[in-house]
Design a protein around this ligand. Structure first.
Ligand SMILES: [Zn+2]
Ligand SMILES: [Zn+2]
Length: 345
């Protein structure tokens, strides 16, 4: 066999990728999975998976680390079984549970990105100082509903502020954190002295709660529980089993859709005018790119920019550097903590 140089990364630009994706004549299944499991050589596995999955037309964002895998992806329907069998044939990923998105057009990802990271979720925790396998009880949607809002129960949203702002469970504590790393100390602070209460945790797909629940138990909390499979699995179980939906608003997801509506009800407000809206977007001035909420009308007035200043920058001629554009970007005073870049690349 002749030696052939294989390119192990995406080589097309966004426009080409979008065209390719929208001209596909087959359906895609969008789903996610994760597992904390020992992976001895993540770099080698990364290249193997990249080869295997690009052949199957897989798109998505996958993180690998020595501690495990965290994957969000879309697979052509006709390759789904092959994908699953190949994945399950690896010891590390045998019978790994999939969380399949409902009501999805399969156009969530433009390319395949597999990254090796020190951790699959950046939590800032010293993992060697506590037992990360001693996790909280896994609750089904039905069980979660049953305990929610009970007198001795405290429910904590383990996601970031920009995620819980557009959707959350009834009566949940919504910590004002920008990152998961910030969230954990904040939650400990909020729950101080409540070590004997029943604690319910939830996040998008369940992965953050795996680590957080083990950490809370290590910190002396006696009855720690977590929504198994997160909001994604909850939504599915609620519709399949006809349960009461106690999640209000939109489930924020990191892909092209920026959020999947769950209850049909809008609980957040436009950051510009204060009218009800859950239209999340990144400021159209790329040098700013802040994630914020803006109603349709303000979107028209501001040309999808966060401020007049960014709108001005948008109309500058092309010679101005990105640095200059950034310097002149709008100062988003009342929501400066939202200055987080949600990258889709
Ligand atoms: Zn508005
Ligand atoms: Zn801006």
């Amino acid at each position: 066999m002749t030696e052939q140089k294989i390119i192990l990364h995406n080589i097309y630009n966004r426009e080409e990728l979008r065209k390719k994706l929208f001209s596909e004549n087959f359906k895609r299944t969008t789903f996610s999975f994760y597992r904390y499991v020992n992976i001895s050589n993540p770099n080698e596995m990364r290249n193997d998976l990249y080869r295997e999955w690009s052949d199957l037309g897989v798109l998505g964002r996958i993180y690998l680390a020595k501690e495990g895998i965290n994957a969000q992806l879309s697979v052509p329907e006709h390759n789904f079984e092959i994908f699953k069998n190949k994945l399950f044939s690896r010891n590390e990923f045998n019978e790994i549970p999939f969380k399949i998105a409902v009501e999805d057009d399969g156009k969530s990802f433009l390319k395949l990105i597999i990254k090796v990271r020190p951790k699959i979720v950046a939590d800032g925790l010293p993992d060697d100082c506590f037992d990360t396998t001693n996790v909280g009880n896994h609750l089904s949607a039905k069980e979660f509903n049953m305990y929610l809002n009970q007198p001795d129960t405290l429910t904590v949203d383990m996601r970031n502020q920009y995620e819980s702002e557009v959707g959350h469970f009834e009566g949940a504590i919504l910590p004002d954190a920008d990152t998961f790393r910030e969230e954990l100390p904040l939650v400990l602070e909020i729950l101080k002295g409540k070590e004997d209460k029943k604690i319910l945790l939830y996040c998008t797909g369940g992965i953050r709660c795996e680590k957080a629940s083990a950490y809370l138990k290590h910190k002396g909390f006696k009855d720690v529980n977590q929504l198994y499979g997160g909001i994604i699995a909850y939504k599915r179980e609620v519709s399949e089993l006809g349960l009461e939906n106690k999640f209000h608003g939109k489930n924020f997801v990191f892909d092209e859709r920026l959020g999947e509506r769950i209850s049909g009800e809008v609980i957040s407000k436009c950051h510009i005018c204060g009218n009800t809206s859950d239209r999340q977007l990144n400021c159209a001035n790329d040098a700013c790119h802040i994630l914020f909420i803006q109603c349709e009308e303000c979107g028209l007035n501001f040309e999808n920019c966060c401020s007049d200043r960014c709108k001005d920058v948008l109309h500058w001629d092309s010679e101005k550097s990105k640095e200059e554009r950034r310097k002149n970007a709008g100062i988003y005073t009342h929501h400066s903590r939202l200055r987080r870049k949600i990258s889709h690349s």
